[in-house]
Structures are given as structure tokens and as C-alpha cells.
Design a protein. Structure first.
Length: 122
């Protein structure tokens, strides 16, 4: 499975990548901006998006997901520090399998990916 991590915090992105590789996922790509995520998604055609909502300057994670999903129906997994209703409502405008609040553990990520595998890979 090809996974695109959309996260502006490089340490969190690396940590998430390491967790995914421990789960056996070797095709993991990272984007630090929404714009970069849209470009990488066009090129790599991921099966799953792991998305932070607030990405600093530029478009948000939710907007990046919308743009990516306009081209292809790829599910998102939100991993965000934003647990408020406004951000959750924004995420609700996209197709996602889970909305998780940071920090997340290896077992939480493993559980979501395993229970959602049929949705993720179709």
C-alpha cells in the first residue's frame, strides 16, 4: 500500500513514517505543505493519506485532501492536534476513515489501518 503523510512537523512525519514501515509499509511519501501533497499525490497515486489539518502557510490539510479526492477517491486518516468542532466539521467535508488527535501511539495507528484495510485497498 502506498501512503502519503501530509505533516509540516518533520519530527512527527518521520515518527509516523517509522511506525508505518514497522507495520510493513515501504512505499511511504511525505509532504510538508498542502500544495506539495497535491503534487506528490498526482505523481505517486497513494492508497491512503495521513493528514495533519493545520500545515502553516498555504492550503490546509483538508483543502489538500479535497483537491486530491477531486481526482481520485483515496481515503484520508486525519492525525491532528485540532480536536475542535470547526476543524472536525472541515474534515467532515472529505472522505476519511478516522479522525485521530495527536499524539497517537503505534498500536492506535496499527489498529486503524488493520480495521480499515478493506476500505483502503478497495
Amino acid at each position: 500500500m502506498k501512503i502519503l503523510i501530509i505533516e509540516d512537523d518533520l519530527i512527527l512525519a518521520l515518527s509516523t513514517e517509522m511506525m508505518l514501515k514497522k507495520l510493513g509499509h515501504n512505499e511511504v511519501y511525505k509532504a510538508t505543505t498542502g500544495e506539495e501533497a497535491v503534487e506528490i499525490a498526482k505523481e505517486k497515486d497513494p492508497d491512503l493519506l495521513l493528514v495533519d489539518i493545520q500545515l502553516g502557510p498555504g492550503i490546509s490539510g483538508v483543502e489538500a485532501v479535497k483537491q486530491i479526492q477531486n481526482k481520485r477517491n483515496v481515503p484520508a486518516l486525519y492525525i491532528t492536534g485540532n480536536s475542535d468542532k470547526i476543524n472536525k466539521n472541515m474534515a467532515d467535508e472529505t472522505y476519511y476513515i478516522e479522525y485521530m488527535v495527536k499524539p497517537i501511539t503505534f498500536n492506535e495507528l496499527k489498529s486503524v489501518i488493520e480495521t480499515s484495510r478493506s476500505v483502503i485497498v478497495g
